[in-house]
Every structure is written in C-alpha cells, then in structure tokens.
Design a binder for this molecule. Structure first.
Ligand code: NDP
Length: 459
C-alpha cells in the first residue's frame, strides 16, 4: 500500500455519484488505512464555496464513520474549484493548479467525459497521471473502441482505470478464492459436472427518482452489460498462476471472447419486461411509465434476462442465465450453480436425488451447498441438506477498495480496454433485436417475481 501523497481530482464533484458513493467510499478507505495521504480536489460547474464543499466532504466522512481526528486533515486539505470541464482554458488552469501525482476521476455524464478526454489530448496531462472512468464506457462497441483510442493518446493503458464498482465487492473476488484456493471445487468447475449457471441481481428497489439516467440505460445496459458479465468472467475464467492484475484481466478478456447469446440467436436468448403499478412492502409503486422523467416511447425495460453460451472446451453446452430487474417482490442477488445428476444412484433409494447446488450470495455474502443425502429418519429416503457459511462483512465500501487500488497504481479491480469492448460486443446483437421489435416488451406488476411464464429466480 502506498502512502505517497496524491491528488484525487474529482470532475463532477457535485453530482450523485460523488456524494453518495465516491466520498463515503473514500471515507471507509481512510478509516481502514489512515496512513493514506490524499488531497481531494472537487471540480464542477456549480458555484460552491470552499466551506460548502468542505461541509459536504465532512458529511461523507461522517457517513463512513471516520473518526474526527482522521476526518479533520481530509476536510482541511480539500478544496473546490468551480470549473466547466468543457472549457479548455478552465480545464488547463485547474490542472496547472493541481499537485502531482494526480488521479483524475470522471464523475461526469458519459457524453461529457468523452469530450473532456478529447480536450485532455490537446492540453496534455502530467506524466504518470491516472484516469478513472465510470461506466458506461462508451455507448456501443464503436464508441468504446473510439474512446479507447482517444484515451491511449492521453495516457498509457496502465494508467487508465475503467471502473465497475462490483469489482470492489468482496463476494465477487471471492469467486477466485472459492474456486482456486481449495481442492474441492476446481476439478468440478466445468461442463462435465455443471449443468447450468444463473447470475441473478433482482432488486426490490424501483426507479427511486433516477429516470434521468435509468430510462436511457435500462436493465440490460445498467446491470448485464457491465456488472453481471464481469461476474460471469470471474466465474468462468481459466486457472491463473498468480493474482497479478494483468494475468487476471487477460484471463477475463479471454473467456469473454468466447461468450455469445445462447444458440447464437440474440432474439430467442433474451427477454425483457417493464413493471406496472404494484405494491412493494408497504409502498405503492406507480407504473414505470408514469414515473417522473420517463419517456414511454423509449420502451425501456426494467427487467432483462439473457442466456449466454461460452464457446470453449470448458463451458460448451452450459447455459449461463443472467437476469436483473427492478421492483421485484423478493430481492435475489446471487449466483446459483446447478450440478449434473450423479452418473449412477444406487437402486434401492426410495427417491431420486434433487440436483446439487452451490449458491453464492452476493449481498449479503454467503455460500450455501445443497447436497442430497440420506440424513434423517428412514435410511433409504433421500433428502437435501444445506451447508451454509456466511461471509464476513466487507472491510470497506466497494468504492473504497477501488480507490485504494487506483492510489496503489494497481489495475486489478478495473477493466482493461479490450475487455470493455468485449462487453459491448456481447450485448450489441441483443440490443439490435430489441430495437427491431423482435423481442416483446412484457409487463409485470411491481412487487411480483416478474412476468408470468418466466422462470423464477432460483429460490
Ligand atoms: P450526475 O448528473 O448526478 O453528476 C454529474 C455532475 O457532473 C453534475 O454535477 C454535473 O453538473 C457535472 N457536470 C456536467 N457537465 C459538466 C462540465 N462541463 N463541467 C463540470 N461539471 C459538469 O451524474 P452521476 O453522479 O449520477 O454519474 C456520474 C457518472 O457516474 C456517470 O458516468 C454514471 O453513469 C456513473 N455512475 C453513477 C452511479 C450513481 O449511482 N449515480 C453509479 C455508477 C456509475 P450539472 O448538474 O450542472 O450538469
């Protein structure tokens, strides 16, 4: 871990991401690693006094439960610069007044980020400057490629940190530990033993006032194109020799290149739906299309499901079902691995065994193994027993982990350029089928489990 003094320049400092996720994440990093020496500089179009900005930073540090004596130097050292990042003069002055080494965090709307990167190419950045870019990375494959080229004209690949905050979630990285740090699972992690993999991220949250962003993205882009495909990559990559960032990122890119819609048919491999009015707990949820800021003509889905195949020797024939939805009655954030039936079950048992399953809960973290056995009562009857371990609480918020890694210059928890392009390559054909109207936009009541006739998420 580095304690080298570093400037974290946040562009878009008065936005939602900065306030709700970035600054509190940073607070949890300082709490865990107080020797970090980071000067936070906030920049945004909003007119904000240094005092107002400091009070926002102080609030975020308090939210992270950072003790006052650790929060004080962060708050005292931070400053705010009102800046239009699209104004070349203002951007140059901002950079000129910033101490190196420098991390520029783009907490800006994606379209603004692209333009600011173009300006940085003209202005130049100090050698060693790290660029942290939020998702979405580009708006399709072509624009992601273009942005990659653009960025490489500003800094080398190793100084580009494409963020997916799921990579800072401890239960996602646990996929490497649980697969490769024990003898039991690695030999059975293939199509020889695994029948089906479901990666589900159903939330009971509805739109929650985020139409400005969500109505243009939808469930496929918001969740599957980024977070769930990253989970799939960690789940299915080949065995690494080391935990070196380049090795893991290469293996992720390698396996993503094998991913295609099931049957190479993006229309039949995908489903989409949108919630209508309903009840979630004690809350009445309005019809999605009646929510403030929603344009019904966009036909945005709030639930998406995509079945994928991996065209390689390890995974050929195994469906990977990725699903994510909003306003679902029961939240379900987990990976479910269903194993094939045993080659032979001795005759004489009174029942057939149910399939063995390994369930990896993402939030809160837990690992459950469902195994058939003749456990109780009649010794010739089979039943399924559950072995469960809860995973410890994360030591910091995902954004804390990610910012810590960027400060260390370690790209492990971020996405390499070729990976970012693969993520678009996989979903683009699906989007094309949806735009052509080849996949019906179904409906489900908020608070339900999804449309009638869809598979229920496991358990
Ligand atoms: P917001 O719109 O809330 O914030 C963006 C900020 O950038 C605003 O304060 C905006 O100011 C400012 N801004 C826009 N143009 C300029 C400019 N030319 N110069 C300086 N500042 C400017 O967006 P979010 O914070 O929600 O999102 C930021 C990024 O993070 C996006 O890429 C998003 O996809 C990503 N992200 C967001 C998450 C979230 O939960 N919010 C989660 C994961 C990723 P103004 O209000 O004046 O336009």
């Amino acid at each position: 871990m580095t304690d080298q003094p570093t400037t974290l320049l946040i562009l878009g400092a008065s936005g939602d991401l900065t306030q709700r996720l970035l600054l509190p994440g940073l607070g949890t990093l300082f709490k865990e690693e107080p020797q970090r020496a980071v000067t936070v500089v906030g920049a945004d179009r909003l007119e904000l006094s240094d005092d107002d900005w400091r009070s926002r930073v102080r609030g975020a540090m308090a939210q992270a439960q950072l003790p006052d004596d650790l929060a004080a130097p962060v708050v005292d050292g931070t400053r705010y610069v009102q800046t239009d990042a699209l104004d070349q003069g203002q951007l140059s002055s901002l950079l000129a007044a910033t101490t190196e080494p420098l991390i520029i965090y783009f907490a800006l709307p994606p379209s603004v980020t692209v333009k600011v990167c173009a300006l940085l190419e003209k202005i130049g950045v100090p050698r060693g400057t790290r660029l942290a870019l939020e998702k979405p990375f580009g708006s399709d494959l072509a624009s992601a490629r273009e942005l990659n080229k653009q960025l490489l004209r500003v800094v080398p690949e190793n100084d580009i940190y494409r963020i997916d905050h799921f990579l800072g979630v401890n239960t996602i990285l646990n996929l490497l530990g649980i697969r490769f740090a024990n003898r039991l699972l690695m030999p059975i992690w293939s199509n020889e033993h695994i029948d089906r993999v479901e990666i589900t991220y159903d939330e009971s949250l509805a739109l929650e006032g985020r139409a400005g962003y969500y109505d243009k993205a939808g469930a496929l882009l918001d969740m599957i194109q980024s977070h769930l495909l990253e989970i799939l990559a960690f789940f299915s990559l080949e065995a690494p020799a080391t935990m070196h960032a380049e090795e893991i990122r290469s293996l992720k890119a390698q396996v993503l290149r094998a991913v295609h819609p099931w049957g190479h048919d993006p229309a039949s491999a995908s489903r989409r739906a949108r919630y209508t009015a309903g009840t979630l707990g004690d809350r009445q949820i309005p019809n999605y299309v009646d929510e403030d800021g929603v344009d019904p003509q966009r036909g945005t889905e709030t639930l998406a499901q995509l079945t994928l195949q991996l065209d390689n020797a390890r995974w050929a024939g195994v469906p990977f079902v990725l699903r994510s939805g909003k306003a679902i009655g029961t939240a379900c954030k987990r990976i479910t691995v269903t194993f094939k039936a045993p080659a032979h079950v001795p005759s004489g048992f009174k029942d057939s065994p149910r399939p063995d399953r390994l369930i990896l809960d993402i939030k809160p973290g837990a690992v459950t193994l469902d195994l058939s056995m003749n456990a109780e009562g009649d010794p010739f009857e089979l039943e399924q027993k559950e072995l469960q371990a809860e995973l410890g609480k994360p030591r910091m918020l995902p954004y804390g982990e990610i910012l810590g890694a960027i400060l260390d210059g370690d790209p492990f928890m971020t996405i390499r350029g070729d990976e970012a392009e693969e993520l678009w390559r996989i979903v683009e054909p699906v989007l094309a089928e949806w735009e052509a109207g080849h996949v019906e936009l179904e409906e489900y009541a908020a608070g339900s489990a999804g449309p009638e006739g869809w598979d229920r998420p496991p358990r």
